[in-house]
Design a protein around this ligand. Structure first.
Ligand code: ZN
Length: 174
């Protein structure tokens, strides 16, 4: 199993203190909420996790994702391969008041590099849930081919034109 060693859950503060880091491949099929958004659950997601501390000593986790996922093109409804290269840092803050303060700070800085989350009561974060949240955020809002392979229009060769034949019929009637 390539996702071996990935802890089921972690305490953000302990992970930050230990400078926890993990890299590996997680099967796409492990992400059950993602299934509805995909046309195929085959393949792997390359996941890298790296714990640390933010500017105000809040525990952080940087999540890096690389994957090729199959979604349904919203223009032609055929499968479209979506290439994911996503890196995002999540920071846990103590409570709702701190969350408000950090979010306001973030608006001031106009930086969306860090996403602030309230620390769970249990201080445990489910690893795959966190990764799946990021994965879902990384997907395009409207998946689409750059150019759809729409049905090929039959080239008009000039003769045997259906309207020409129709015109001929009309002429014969008279
Ligand atoms: Zn398409």
């Amino acid at each position: 199993m390539s996702s071996a060693g990935l802890p089921e859950s972690f305490d953000p503060t302990v992970a930050a203190r230990e400078a926890f880091a993990w890299s590996g491949d997680v099967p796409v099929s492990d992400f059950t909420r993602l299934a509805d958004l995909l046309v195929s659950q085959s393949g792997m997601v390359r996941v890298s996790l790296h714990a640390g501390f933010g500017a105000e000593r809040q525990p952080t986790m940087t999540i890096t994702l690389a994957a090729q996922l199959e979604q349904s093109c919203q223009r032609c409804l055929q499968p479209v391969t979506v290439v994911i290269h996503h890196e995002h840092t999540v920071a846990w803050v103590a409570d709702a008041a701190a969350l408000e303060r950090f979010d306001a700070l973030e608006d001031d800085l106009d930086a969306d590099a860090v996403e602030y989350l309230p620390m769970p009561d249990s201080s445990r974060v489910m690893t795959l849930v966190l990764v799946e949240d990021e994965l879902m955020l990384s997907l395009p809002i409207v998946p689409m081919h750059d150019e759809c392979a729409l049905p090929v229009t039959v080239a008009d060769s000039g003769d045997e034109h259906p309207f020409a034949a129709l015109a001929q019929l009309k002429t014969l009637k008279h």
